[in-house]
Structure formats: C-alpha cells, structure tokens
Design a protein around this ligand. Structure first.
Ligand SMILES: Cc1cc2nc3c(=O)[nH]c(=O)nc-3n(C[C@H](O)[C@H](O)[C@H](O)COP(=O)(O)O)c2cc1C
Length: 446
C-alpha cells in the first residue's frame, strides 16, 4: 500500500483499536470530567472499590503483562508487589511526568488531552499499593499540562473521586502536581525523588530501591504517565484481554510511539506492541518527507542506539528491539534521511548529554565533556584517526560505570554511529589529515 493521501491516513488510523488515545480522538472530546465519565471514565475505580481487594488488583496488573512505559520496561504489577505489606506507612505513588527524553512527547498529550485517564490510573494504583498521597512530578516546561491536571484534580475532588472516603469507601487519596525545573536527570526515578524532596536532582545508589526506600525513605512506586493511564482499561476489560494485545507474553498491550524527524506525518501513534518500524514510518507516518531514502532511525529516544534501514522489519517490542542491538526505551522514534551526517547527529546528541550530565559521577561528568570536544574537532575538520579508538575507549570507560543509566545512554549514539557509519568519521578525518599535510608542504615565504 502506498500511503500519503488523507484517505489512507483514515484507513490506517482505524486499523487497530486504540486504548489510550481513543477518547481524545472522538469529535468534541475536551478531556473534562463530564466527557470522561460519558466515555466510561471512573467505572474502573468504582469496580475496584466495589469489591476487588488491593492484592487482587496487583495480581490483575501482573497477569496483564503491562511493563513500564518510561524506558526500562519493568513489569508494573511486579513493581507494585515489592511494596512491603507490613510497613506502617506512609507509602507514596509518584507519577513520572518529566518526559525529558529527546524525541518523546506522548505523556504530554495524555495529560493535556485526557487528564482524568491518568488520574483514575493513579487513584487505582494508590488503592492497590495502599498509598494515600501521590505526586505528579511534571517537567517544568509543561505549564499547560500542569494547569490542566490541576483543574482535573479539582473536578475529581468535587465529584468524590479524590480526597477522603472516595465514593463512600475507606479510600483516601490526595494528588499534588509538582513542577520540576527542566533537568533531564530528574526523569530518572531516584533523582526525581531527591528533587521532589526539595534537594538537587541527583540519582541515588540502588539498592535500596524506591519500593522500600523511596520518597522520604518510605515505600514508593514511581510509574510513568502512560503506564498509569493503562490501568483503568486493564481493570475494566481484564488482564487476559490486555495480555492478548501486542507481542505476548513479554510485550503486551499498545504503545504510544512518538514519530519525529524526516517523515511526512510526525506525531503520536498508538499501535500494538510488535508492529514493525516499517509500518510505523511508512504507513502511519506517511513515509519520508522528500525524495531521499531513510538512512537511520533512533528506535526509543535519544538514549537508544541508532538502527539502519536493515532493521525496518524489526518488531517494536522489548525483546525484538533488544535483539537488534538497541532498545524500545521511551517509544520515541526519530527518523533521518540520506544526506544526514551521522557524525553531526552523534555530536548534536552528545552536546545534549554533556549539557544535562548532573555531575555526580566522574566518568559521566568528565567523559561527556571530552566526548563533545573530540566529536567537535572531527566535525570541524581537525580530527585524527586515533580519535576513533579514543572515542571507543572513553565510551567503554563510561558505560556501566555510573550510578544511573545516564552513562549508558550518552555513549549509545557514538558507539552505534561508529558501528554502522564508521566510514563517515574516517572520511572527515582523512580529509582533515590531507589538508593538514598539504599545508605543511607549502613553501615558507620569508
Ligand atoms: C537519565 C534517565 C532519564 C529518565 N527520564 C525519564 C522520564 O523522563 N520519564 C519517565 O517516565 N521515565 C524516565 N526514566 C526512567 C525512570 O527512571 C523509571 O524507570 C520510570 O519512571 C519507571 O516508570 P515505569 O516503570 O512506569 O516505566 C529515566 C531514566 C534515566 C536513567
């Protein structure tokens, strides 16, 4: 099928049943409480309060196979199960709405366009883990989303879905919105907790994990916005229904893929896990924006190693992308056309990581600056062939040697571009070396 016309877009849009983007794509849907209730909202909360014990809710989420949508893909029900049952309290839920990974913009849409879906997911999660206080840690720049969430919280409170004795039950839940100040590291769950506590956002050593020593050293679940938005649907339609979607048994459900870069129709596309990159880019995204063919793509946010046109038929599920040498990560798919310099792309991403390195770990703090300097000199025509081994050596001394996964993330663009497009680095350096030696040969004019 050759996509591109509006008609085809509509056809592709209806190919799969949407779960998370369904409401917001209905004509006239505003995301208000009234609209959400009309679409069946808060029925899942009524259902659990009507007689599903907390542990059974955890079991349902475990059986659904839902895995975290923030990046690491940890099984959500298993994470909830780690919260100690005998802890006297308090326990906390933190919704990770930092969405700081470049190329990722789904959480913002979920919060702005259907905020009650996120809130209902959070209230049910609080019920399951027996928490009565929850925070939404939202990226500082998301002012509109924060405002919309505040309004939704007020609406939910007035309707009895939030606050004390929710819908006449024993359940008490308060949700607060807390805006960050725009630091990539604050998306990392333990740096997020530090920041929420009012400290500088630096990652903590793990273990202990947040499940036992989280916010204020109390048991805490940190979940991504998209992860939590799935919960009401799993409760309403059942674990088996959810587990049958996507690539069971390990990658179930849908995923909101954020498509960006050199494609005709960038945007958020909710597709079953296991859909191929080719289908996302060439059917839903309408293919390349111009005449040039696809050269490279990042499959899961800036931290994920680049892939090539040979990987277009890889399925977008956790296992398949890992087998291809990368990761599904945050679901941000960035496409680059032929003619894009991969040395430039690596430099651009490395500049971002250097800027965002929090400085806690020496290999990342010092190494990111060295990596930028070496890439800059290669790009500016001042590189040496020995720089390539130096880049790899530096990357290997950062990878796996930092407190959080930031270190692994920042070396991914360099190592993967060197793997697939080493000749581009070599050409730039060869040209630089040739120009240097021709300058040396110039006669000295007295
Ligand atoms: C450097 C770094 C940045 C991260 N940024 C985010 C983020 O912006 N949003 C997010 O949900 N998870 C982010 N994560 C992952 C979180 O640490 C954590 O795994 C996630 O919030 C857990 O929720 P989930 O299980 O629902 O995915 C980041 C991780 C690292 C190492």
């Amino acid at each position: 099928m050759d996509p591109g016309s509006d008609g085809t877009t509509k056809l592709m849009a209806s190919k799969y049943e949407k779960i998370l983007l369904k409401n917001m794509e209905q004509p006239g849907y505003t995301g208000s409480l009234q609209d959400y209730e009309k679409a069946g909202g808060y029925q899942a909360l009524r259902k659990v309060l009507g007689g599903i014990p907390p542990d059974e809710v955890i079991d349902i989420v475990k059986r659904s196979g839902l895995r975290g949508r923030g990046g690491a893909g940890f099984p959500t029900g298993v994470k909830w199960g780690f919260i100690p049952k005998d802890h006297p309290g308090p326990r906390f839920l933190c919704c990770n709405a930092d969405e700081s990974e470049p190329g990722t913009f789904k959480d913002r849409q979920l919060m702005e366009r259907d905020p009650h879906q996120v809130l209902e997911g959070m209230i049910i999660t609080c019920y399951a883990i027996r928490a009565s206080l929850a925070y939404i840690y939202i990226r500082g720049e998301f002012r509109l989303a924060a405002k919309i969430l505040e309004r939704a919280i007020r609406e939910a409170r007035a309707a009895g879905y939030l606050g004390s004795r929710i819908l006449g039950s024993e359940l008490d839940v308060q949700i607060h919105v807390h805006a960050g100040a725009g630091a990539y590291i604050c998306g990392e769950e333990t740096a997020l907790l530090e920041s929420l506590e009012g400290k500088r956002g630096l990652p903590r050593f793990k273990p202990p994990f947040p499940a036992t020593h989280g916010l204020y050293q109390k048991p805490t679940v940190v979940n991504n916005v998209e992860t939590l938005a799935n919960i009401p649907h799993i409760i309403m339609r059942g674990a088996e229904w959810y587990a049958s979607i996507g690539s069971p048994p390990k990658s179930t459900g849908t995923r909101v893929f954020c498509l960006s870069g050199h494609v005709k129709r960038p945007g958020n596309y909710e597709l079953p896990m296991g859909t191929t990159f080719r289908e996302l880019i060439f059917e839903h995204g309408g293919g390349m924006r111009g005449e040039k063919p696809l050269k490279a793509f990042i499959p899961g946010g800036a931290s994920a190693p680049f892939l090539t046109p040979d990987h277009l038929d890889v399925k977008m599920d956790f296992e398949s992308v890992a087998m291809a040498g990368s990761m599904l990560g945050s679901g941000g798919v960035t496409v680059m056309e032929e003619g894009t310099s991969m040395v430039w792309a690596a430099l651009r991403l490395m500049e971002f990581f250097y800027h965002e390195s929090c400085g806690k770990c020496t290999p990342c703090r010092e190494g990111s600056s060295w990596l930028v300097q070496i890439l800059q000199r290669i790009w500016q025509g001042e590189g040496r062939m020995s720089d390539l081994d130096l880049l790899v050596d530096l990357c290997k001394n950062i990878e796996g040697r930092t407190v959080c996964a930031f270190g692994d993330a920042e070396v991914a663009p360099i190592l993967s571009t060197l793997r697939y497009w080493r000749s581009e680095y070599e050409e730039l350096i060869a040209r630089a070396e040739a120009s240097r030696s021709s300058k040396k040969e110039l006669p000295v004019v007295a």
